[in-house]
Design a protein around this ligand. Structure first.
Ligand SMILES: Cc1cc2nc3c(=O)[nH]c(=O)nc-3n(C[C@H](O)[C@H](O)[C@H](O)COP(=O)(O)OP(=O)(O)OC[C@H]3O[C@@H](n4cnc5c(N)ncnc54)[C@H](O)[C@@H]3O)c2cc1C
Length: 433
């Protein structure tokens, strides 16, 4: 294994490695066969060079926003933070004895390590389903889904067999959490409004959108009253909602649910997630979703200088596991930064991590949302305005905020989708070894 040496003048206590986006500058001279500072971008699946605002991914997947509107380059975000360095590499393990983060045949040392490697879709023992029912986790997922959705309409336009046309115009969403619900609403508006006048041989308003949920109701994380209203709203938008019915099989032609075969050319997975393999790297205890069970200060039991935060960890509060949402990740990140700073300064922060629940929001279509903040429960247009304000606030970068506001205003009045591009990837591995 090549060693990546520290070439800075950092003392032992000020080396903090945060994944992704690590510190420690590698010395190319020490890594002749695997030059980390040269370009070695074989674009592994999980690696991205940008910060991504996942809550708006479904807007990219349904052509409402462009990828750059919800992404910001990590390097640019950290431009002015001179003590942070960014390397685009895939972490493959952690050597907790030697205190090194492994990246294939390279490694970097750490004094403190913060792992925040997120989660990926869980196909519950059917990894082969991923091929037919892609999920929505990354910008590549979103642009691939956009292509798949738009191509289904294009294929239907030239298809002459009516049965085949029906299959092409049927969209199945597996899992009725916020992702499934928001996608269902967005596909409905795309098909029933945005595309309605654009085709000559098909009527896109005949598009069938089916949302399938194994649990007895949709939106398990929201109060039942809000979930009920959301379901009503979806039905008025032409979405078929089936609850208490798990998908038992699926392939390229559709899904099997409740013993019934539903033919569908597009299946989208939003039924569950598993954590990144951080638990395996650390040899730490994990829960059923593979999340590392962390202590009250978000460190890994037995390794006080290793922290795991966000979707790849599970922290308990009042006897309950904290949910895999952005606020838990953000607040966890801030807390751990304070713990490490205090330790470096010789102070001990004894306060355990305390998550402050700021509420839940979800949207269904262009002017309807549900809001659950403390005792406040809202539905409808005002809830949607609040949803809009919150999402614009959390978008990184002035340009992105401006574009998003403009796109939403434009789409609100015209129903048009500005990013209706069908793009194909030609060359993936520009700089492969
Ligand atoms: C479609 C969608 C909609 C959502 N909507 C909401 C919402 O409305 N509200 C809300 O609160 N939450 C929402 N969430 C959840 C929220 O986005 C996550 O909880 C949050 O992003 C978790 O942050 P994280 O830093 O733990 O992980 P992530 O944001 O997933 O970041 C993990 C990063 O680690 C990188 N990585 C993974 N493996 C490796 C490796 N081996 N080496 C190097 N890098 C690696 C990944 O590329 C990624 O950049 C949504 C999620 C999705 C997918």
């Amino acid at each position: 294994m090549s060693e990546v040496q520290d070439t800075t003048n950092n003392t032992a206590t000020d080396t903090e490695t945060v994944m992704p986006g690590r510190s420690k500058r590698p010395d190319p001279a020490s890594t002749p066969s695997t030059p980390l500072r040269g370009v070695r971008l074989n674009t592994p699946k999980d690696i991205e060079s940008h910060h991504l605002f996942q809550p708006l991914l479904y807007w990219v997947a349904t052509a409402g926003l462009s990828p750059a509107d919800i992404c910001s380059p990590i390097r640019g975000i950290l431009r002015n933070q001179k003590n942070a360095e960014v390397f685009m590499e895939e972490v493959t393990g952690v050597d907790v004895q030697e205190q090194r983060v492994l990246m294939g045949d390279c490694s970097v040392p750490y004094d403190y390590l913060v792992l925040a490697t997120g989660a990926h879709d869980n196909y519950f023992g059917h990894p082969e389903w991923e091929h037919y029912a892609p999920g929505l986790k990354s910008i590549v997922d979103a642009t691939s889904l956009r292509r798949k959705i738009l191509l289904a309409f294009e294929a239907a336009e030239i298809e002459t067999d009516p049965e085949k046309v029906k299959e092409l115009l049927t969209f199945v969403l597996v899992g009725a959490g916020p992702t499934g619900v928001e996608m269902a609403g967005a596909i409905s508006e795309l098909a029933h409004k945005a595309l309605a006048s654009d085709f000559r041989h098909i009527d896109t308003r005949m598009t069938r959108i089916i949302l399938i949920e194994a649990a007895p109701r949709i939106l398990a994380a929201f109060p039942e009253s809000l979930a009920r209203k959301t379901q009503k709203r979806l039905v008025t938008m032409g979405v078929e909602v089936r609850t208490g019915t798990p998908v038992t099989d699926l392939d390229e032609h559709g899904v099997v649910v409740d013993g019934e075969r539903i033919k569908a050319a597009t299946i989208i997975w939003g039924a569950g997630v598993s954590a990144s393999p951080a638990g395996k790297w650390l040899g730490a205890e994990v829960d059923r979703a593979g999340r590392v069970i962390v202590s009250s200060d978000l460190s890994v039991p037995g390794h006080p200088n290793v922290f795991v935060i966000g979707d790849t960890a599970v922290a308990m509060q009042n006897g309950k596991a904290l949910p895999g949402v952005a606020q838990v990740a953000i607040q966890g990140g801030r807390y751990v930064a304070a713990v490490i700073t205090d330790r470096i300064e010789g102070k001990e922060l004894n306060k355990p991590f305390h998550y402050r629940d700021k509420g839940n929001l979800a949207t269904v279509g262009r002017s309807y949302a549900i809001v659950d903040i403390g005792k406040i429960r809202l539905t409808g247009f005002f809830a949607w305005l609040l949803w809009l304000a919150v999402h614009i606030y959390f978008l990184v970068g002035f340009r992105n905020r401006l574009v998003a506001i403009f796109q939403w205003a434009w789409e609100y009045w015209t129903y048009s989708r500005g990013a209706r591009l069908i793009t194909f990837e030609r060359c993936k591995d520009f700089f492969a070894d």
